[in-house]
Structures are given as C-alpha cells and as structure tokens.
Design a binder for this molecule. Structure first.
Ligand code: LLP
Length: 451
C-alpha cells in the first residue's frame, strides 16, 4: 500500500529519490509526498466519476477534501487535474484562495462556521456554502444580503446511514453533530428557497470515512432522493452531493474496491432512484480527501532505541522512532493500522515482531502496532511508514513541544519542501511568557497584530 518501491540495490525509493538521501538532506521525521502519485490519483478519481456520470447523462464535480492535507502545492496539483476544493474553516479557505483556487470552484463546509467565516466565504465568492444547521440558514442569507450577493448553498442532511470500513449502519436518526435530520430536509430546503439572497443547489450527505464499496453510498442516496424528489416538485433541484470517504489500503489486508467500480455503483443507484421518483438525474458532487493524498505520502523516521519485551509466547521488540503521535495521531486516536519497512538498508535477518513506538510521554504513542521487521533493526536505521499522506500532517500537534516535521514533495527524483517544518526556536518564540514576560496583561496577540 505505498508509493515507495525498492531499487535494484534494495534501497527504498520514493518518486526517484532514495529514502536515505531524503532523510540525510531534510532530517527525520519527514513527511514525503509523491507528487505524480497524488496527481494520478486525483485524475483517476475524477475520470471514474466523470465516466460514471456521463453514462447516466449527467455531470459531476469532484472536490478535493482539504482537511486530509491542505497546502499551496496540493491545491495547485488538484486544481491542475480538474478538481474543485472543499474547505471547512476560514484557515482552509485562506490557503485555497492564496494558492489561486477559483473561488467559484470552492465548497465551504463546517458545523460551526463563525459569522466572520461565512462573510469571508460569501465575500470571496465561493461556489457553494454547505448549510449544516437550521441556524445557519439565516446566517448565510443575511451575510449574502449584506454583501449584495446571491449565495449558492447546499443543505447537509444526516441520512441515518453511517459507514466506516467494510460495513454501514442504517438507522432512522444518527446521534452526531453534522447536518440536519433527513425528515426536516424538505422543510429546511423550502426555507432556504424563501430567501432571495440564497440559491438552493441541493442536498449534501457524507456518510463516513475509509469506506471500501458503494453499498452505504447507494443506501444513503436512495434515502436522500425521496426528499430531493419532493423538493423537485416545487422547483428543479440542480444537484446532489454525496460527500467523500473512499477507503485506501493502509496495510496489505485492506482491499478497497477500485474507484471505478465504486463510482459506477453509486451513480447507478442514483439513476435508479431518480427513475423511481420520476425526477431527472441531477448534477452530482463528491468530496474525496484520503483516497487522493493518503497513499501518496510516506513518513520517514530514524530508530532511536530497540527494547525486547517478553510477551506470551515470545518477545515483542519496541522500536522507538524520533516522531510519533505528534506527526501521526491516527494510531493513538483511532487504533489505525499502518505498516513499516526498513528503508535504509537490506537485511537478511529473520523477521521479528515489532511495535513501532513514538518518543512521546504517553503509552498510547504507537505508530505501527504490529509489524514484522528484520530482527537486526537497530538504532540509526531508517524506517518508512507508508500511506501517511492523509490526516497525519493535518492532525499533527506540538505535544511535548515537538516541532512539526516538514513536508517534502518528490517528483522525478527532485525533492522540494512544500511545507516548512517547525523549529524549537519557533515554538519558543510563541511563548509570550518567555519573549515578553513583563508585558502588561492586556497585550494580546490577535490577527493583524504581529508580535
Ligand atoms: N466531506 C466531508 C463533509 C467530510 O466530513 C469529510 C471527512 C470528507 C468529505 C473527506 O473524507 P475522506 O474522503 O478523506 O475520507 N481524521 C479522520 C478522518 C476524518 C474525516 C472527516 N471528514 C481519520 O484520520 O481517519
């Protein structure tokens, strides 16, 4: 499950650069992204949905879900490949705009957008704001009216379908914070339409993440289409957005269906539902994040200590690396599974059961829970953890005052920093108790007020 391959000498290579030389040049921990792989995945997913949509006589917009990993470079890659961009905070909006994304091709999500964020979105001319609650209808309508604009909006609906890896659950109501319940979709859609400063695009639904097939999406589409059809009786509803969540292989046991199959399955379900409800097939929209950037990333770490710990029936080697939950929180947060490989050399040593641990002061600070690595893995060795392109940098923290690592993109053997790493000095500089211990208590660092 990786963008990293081995060359003839057995060295691990990412997009034409060997891992050891990347580590030597940029240090570890290091996030490495294979640009060609990210672009190819974006293009393939777009093509899969374009083809599926065309087969039922409609079109589709594929948004890259920036929460997975957002930076200026990636915005340019995905927009080059014909994708739109989905943001969910003012910060993500700022990155997308600064990177030159066409505002009309931005979608703006969030269950608690501030009035200021809504105003920024409206003012920038974002193509769609996703209304997540009843309260937001008036907030967005008022912001648009104040700006003298008509803002296109979607209504996020909770379909009662929740999917997460392999299986989906379908209930009448889901107990979670996003969206409005399906049984209010018609009422609230109608209310949106009553505002002259809003243009109702249609319903939106996101059923979950790391999903391997189309069944949950199909179930959700079927449920949404009843409300979509009812709203269509009053006036045409141009669009239906079914969110993101397409899964990737983190380890060799993960086998997501090919995206072409998933796209075809979802679009077929939509077309059948539309026929049943006697409405035209709307334009479609999707918001994949992980499936575009996840497999294109790999994290490099240097081994610091190795500690054999007796366990029932054998021994587990705790291999501790120079990063951990501050650069990849997913194992600690979700029990996510990753694999690891020895990247700096080839070893003929017999495999040993290893747990790759981080350097943080927390026993849950694990990067890879269980892996077999050559039994002679030793301090100074370089490890590569594949499939870390999504939700690793974006969930990174400074726990234990560890600076965030840089992100390096490699393309045809050429590496360049796309996000600078932090430094210890940089972290200290933010500490007002160190830099200005005698400042009067009213001094506060706010936006537009540089230190
Ligand atoms: N659209 C909406 C409205 C979403 O909430 C999300 C993800 C996506 C699209 C993109 O989903 P993707 O295709 O990337 O699965 N931190 C978690 C994942 C959180 C996903 C949140 N929403 C993780 O690391 O697994």
């Amino acid at each position: 499950p990786s963008t990293a391959t081995r060359d003839d000498a057995g060295r691990l290579v990412v997009a034409g650069r060997d891992a050891a030389s990347l580590a030597a040049e940029f240090g570890t921990p290091l996030y490495v992204v294979d640009e060609a792989e990210a672009r190819a995945r974006a293009a393939r997913i777009k093509r899969a949905f374009d083809d599926a949509a065309a087969s039922v006589g409609t079109t589709v917009t594929v948004y890259y879900a920036g929460k997975a990993f957002l930076s200026g470079a990636i915005v340019r890659w995905v927009t080059d490949e014909g994708l739109a961009v989905d943001v969910c905070t003012g910060g993500e909006l700022a990155v997308a705009l600064a990177a030159g994304a066409d505002p009309a091709r931005l979608g703006f999500h969030g269950n608690n957008k501030s009035i200021a964020e809504i105003e920024r979105g409206v003012g920038a001319g974002v193509g769609a704001i996703v209304i997540d609650s009843e309260i937001e209808i008036e907030r967005v309508a008022d912001a648009a009216a104040r700006a003298g604009r008509v803002q296109a909006v979607r209504l996020r609906v909770n379909s009662g379908v929740h999917a997460s890896t392999h299986e989906f659950l379908a209930t009448a109501h889901e107990d979670q914070k996003f969206g409005v319940s399906l049984d209010r979709a018609v009422e609230l859609g109608t209310r949106i339409r009553s505002h002259p400063s809003l243009h109702f695009l249609g319903l939106h639904c996101h059923i979950g993440s790391q999903i391997f097939d189309s069944a949950g999406f199909a179930e959700s589409a079927e449920r949404l289409l009843a409300a979509h059809a009812e709203l269509s009786r009053l006036a045409p509803v141009p669009e239906l957005n079914l969110g993101g969540g397409f899964g990737i292989a983190y380890t060799s046991v993960d086998e997501p269906a090919p995206i072409e199959e998933i796209a075809a399955g979802i679009v077929r379900a939509v077309a059948i539902g539309c026929r049943e409800h006697d409405v035209p097939v709307p334009k479609l929209a999707f918001e994949p994040g992980r499936s575009i950037i996840g497999p294109a990333g790999v994290t490099l770490y240097t081994v610091g200590t190795v500690k054999p710990v007796p366990i029932e029936g054998g021994v587990r080697h705790y291999v501790s690396v120079d990063g951990g939950m501050s650069d990849n929180a997913r194992t600690a947060l979700y029990g996510a599974e990753y694999s690891a490989r020895l990247a700096s050399r080839v070893s003929a040593a017999a495999p040993a059961l290893v747990r790759v641990a981080g350097k943080h002061c927390e026993s849950g600070d694990i990067v890879v829970d269980a892996e077999y690595l050559p039994g002679d893995v030793a301090p100074g060795d370089l490890l590569a953890v594949p499939a870390t392109g999504a939700y690793c940098w974006s969930l990174a923290s400074n726990y234990n005052h560890v600076p965030r690592p840089p992100v390096v993109a490699v393309r045809e053997g050429v590496a360049r920093v796309i996000v600078h790493g932090e430094t210890e000095a940089g972290l200290l500089a933010r500490d007002a108790g160190l830099t200005a211990p005698d400042a009067p208590p009213t001094v506060r660092l706010v936006e537009g007020n540089p230190a």
